[in-house]
Design a protein around this ligand. Structure first.
Ligand SMILES: *Cc1c(COP(=O)(O)O)cnc(C)c1O
Length: 390
């Protein structure tokens, strides 16, 4: 839902642009904080979902840490005043330069994905005369029941250390004197809406914990990653995810050892609903079986549909401008201007009869939207506009 006055403002702003509703973001963070604080859970925001300075500043102001997947994300988090003690660093391919950045800032923890990576971190930490905190990212072989490109916790995926490697990895770790094992890390995928996947993860974590207990290895931190999905179909009805149920599930099913802390890394669930890609219709073209609405935004601004057939709710905002006018609904293939057939936001989308100049909203675009934008076709970098600055 967009208020009439906002739609008028959109009309006077050059398109395409990302519109961020600051109030929605703040309300999301309030809910998240309230529910995670109940159990003393620690939440790190996955900066890769949206790394705009203003978004990061707001998120940090609610006391979240940062989950980074590159050296530049670590630098950005530091720039936005996240406490290095609340920064975790994940990724299957950390370069030496990135590891050195993380060592220089003394971040809280490296989430390590292979023995070779641990050996490299050990060497680099030794050269700096320091000790690096690490968590083992374990591939729990739990199915997230989400799109295959965003499934990360199966043995066939490139992520993490497999269960059968635990013995050799923990043995080798004893010789790596510049590493300190402080935790276990898991992340099974993204846009997970089936809670039972998280329950399966808890069960697997409990099993893996028993293995560590029997090997007399103490683990202080359990990091269960992120991946909680949002409702792309009903962004107004379900603007906020059910943080209460999500955190309660982990509290109910994780068997913690005395003094253990639980960490989460949420990205999408924090920022998806506060963002909308606003675009203008350039042309209407009649096809054989369908009409095309050609927008001034394309896969260069929002890549998710082209990349993994993602759905975004598409609205013609004139329906919010003058509700007394009844428009006839027609079906449109809503496409971008880029020279690729995959540059399509939706097929056979029902829209009120649409004309050149109409404003189109692509909803739930705050996560993995602007961050994935590109300059393909030498496009201008997409702009962003915030509700409190409009
Ligand atoms: C991407 C990622 C996340 C965040 O995933 P969301 O689906 O946005 O919650 C968390 N942890 C790791 C290691 C990631 O790669």
């Amino acid at each position: 839902m967009f208020k009439t006055d906002i739609v008028s403002k959109f009309k006077n702003t050059p398109t395409p642009f990302y519109y961020y509703d600051v109030d929605v973001l703040k309300q999301t963070l309030e809910l998240l904080k309230k529910e995670s604080d109940k159990y003393g859970f620690i939440v790190h925001y996955a900066t890769k979902a949206n790394s705009n300075n203003k978004i990061l500043d707001i998120i940090r102001s609610y006391g979240l840490g940062a989950d980074c997947v590159s050296g530049n994300e670590i630098k950005k988090a530091i720039e936005c005043k996240f406490d290095p003690n609340h920064i975790v660093f994940a990724g299957v391919g950390k370069s030496d330069a990135e590891i050195n950045i993380a060592l220089d800032y003394s971040i809280f923890c490296f989430n390590c994905e292979s023995l070779q990576e641990m050996e490299v971190i050990n060497e680099l930490a030794k050269a700096k005369g320091t000790i690096a905190n690490i968590a083992l990212r374990i591939n729990p072989n739990v199915n997230a029941n989400t799109h295959k490109y965003i499934t990360t916790g199966l043995e066939e995926n490139k992520f993490g250390i497999n269960l059968w490697e635990l013995e050799s990895v923990t043995t080798a770790l004893k010789e790596l004197k510049n590493l300190k094992l402080i935790g276990l890390h898991f992340h099974i995928g993204s846009q997970i809406t089936d809670m039972s996947s998280f329950k399966s993860l808890c069960m697997k974590v409990n099993e893996i914990q028993s293995w560590f207990v029997s090997h007399k290895i103490t683990i202080e931190n359990i990091n269960v990653g992120g991946g909680w999905g949002v409702d792309y179909h009903e962004p107004d009805k379900n603007r906020f995810v059910d943080f209460a149920a999500y955190f309660k599930l982990y509290n109910d099913f994780l068997e913690l050892r005395p003094g253990q802390k639980v960490h989460f890394e949420l990205g999408r669930a924090v920022v998806a609903q506060c963002g909308t890609l606003i675009s203008k219709v350039l042309y209407i073209k009649k096809g054989v079986n369908t009409n095309f609405a050609i927008l001034d935004a394309g896969m260069t601004e929002l890549m998710r549909p082209a990349l993994y057939q993602a759905y975004h709710k598409i609205e013609n905002l004139k329906q919010y401008q003058d509700t007394s006018i009844k428009y006839q609904d027609l079906k449109y293939d809503v496409v971008g201007p880029i020279c690729e057939s995959s540059d399509c936001f939706g097929k056979a989308v029902n829209l009120p009869e649409t004309f050149r100049g109409d404003i189109i909203a692509l909803r739930t675009a705050g996560a993995y939207g602007e961050v994935m934008s590109s300059a393909y076709n030498l496009r201008d970098r997409v702009k962003s506009v915030y509700s409190d600055e409009l």
